[in-house]
Design a protein around this ligand. Structure first.
Ligand SMILES: [Fe+2]
Length: 288
């Protein structure tokens, strides 16, 4: 039997669909108010994804301006380094402790910005130009909830994201997921890319090596991940100068305010009569 989407998540969806746009402060308040937990989402977890998919990706909700995925991470599951294409606003909610890397481009060169972990309960801002990599370096299954939004009618959610493969000296543009083994049919464009800072490259290769060890420990069979034949990769010393945080709270301004707590007697937020979207399984839409 397919479980119902938790009422807490439905509540969040209604808030987001009713908003004109959702800056990070708004998103953070809305998400915090719902008090979503890993237990609420456990019935939707999919940890038995195929070996060539480097993490589990379960689309829970989709509309013209909003997509919500539950990502499921077995030990050793990692994304590739990627940005978020045409996503205009969004966030990631950690429902477990993640290894996380933030990057930035400077003169087309990929550099490390932060190696701070992304811990359980944290909410991180997400926009199209955010370049990151995340994964599960621990020994138990964990999950994360990803919200992607776009208010421009001429843009499609999370499309045309760039995925970097430093070990293969290439970057691809895709409308698909940021798997470490990107399906050929999801590649829109492919370019030579060899402009990676040395620390960023060594750190990346160490993560890939760790992924390989973790997946081997859990007995995953499948196409082996190609590792750059580089000898003497040393332990990575945190190069992140100043230790920037992953929560980039954008400036407020020009936002309509909503009562996201919906307390008794308070003015209710404007819930649309008919949410212009659908859950991936209509049966899941039954809410009390
Ligand atoms: Fe991402």
């Amino acid at each position: 039997m397919i479980p119902d989407i938790p009422s807490k998540l439905m509540h969040l969806i209604r808030i987001l669909e009713a908003s004109d746009s959702a800056d990070f402060l708004f998103l953070k308040k809305a998400v915090s108010a719902t008090k979503l937990s890993a237990n609420d989402l456990k019935p939707f977890a999919l940890f038995n994804h195929p070996a060539d998919q480097s993490y589990g990706r379960h689309l829970l909700y989709e509309s013209h301006r909003l997509k919500i995925f539950l990502m499921c991470w077995a030990p050793g599951d990692f994304t590739a380094i990627h940005d978020h294409g045409q996503t205009e606003w969004g966030c990631v909610i950690a429902l477990g402790d993640f290894t996380h890397r933030l990057y930035y481009l400077e003169d087309e060169r990929l550099n490390l910005k932060s190696v701070e972990p992304f811990g359980e309960g944290q909410i991180a801002c997400l926009k199209g130009d955010l370049i990151h990599m995340m994964g599960n370096a621990g020994n138990r299954n964990i999950m994360s909830l990803h919200i992607y939004g776009s208010d421009s009618a001429n843009k499609s959610l999370a499309k045309r994201s760039r995925v970097y493969f430093p070990e293969k000296k290439k970057v691809i543009t895709t409308n698909g997921p940021a798997f470490l083994s990107c399906p050929e049919d999801s590649i829109l464009e492919q370019e030579y890319f060899d402009s990676v800072d040395k620390n960023a490259l060594l750190d990346y290769l160490n993560l890939i090596k760790l992924r390989s060890e973790k997946t081997r420990q859990r007995g995953v069979k499948g196409p082996a991940r190609q590792i750059h034949p580089q000898e003497g990769i040393k332990s990575y010393n945190n190069p992140a100068e100043g230790g920037s945080k992953s929560d980039n709270t954008p400036a407020q301004g020009g936002r309509k305010s909503y009562n996201i707590h919906a307390q008794a007697g308070s003015k209710p937020y404007n819930v649309p009569e008919d949410i212009d979207g659908k859950l991936k399984n209509p049966a899941l839409f039954n809410q009390n």
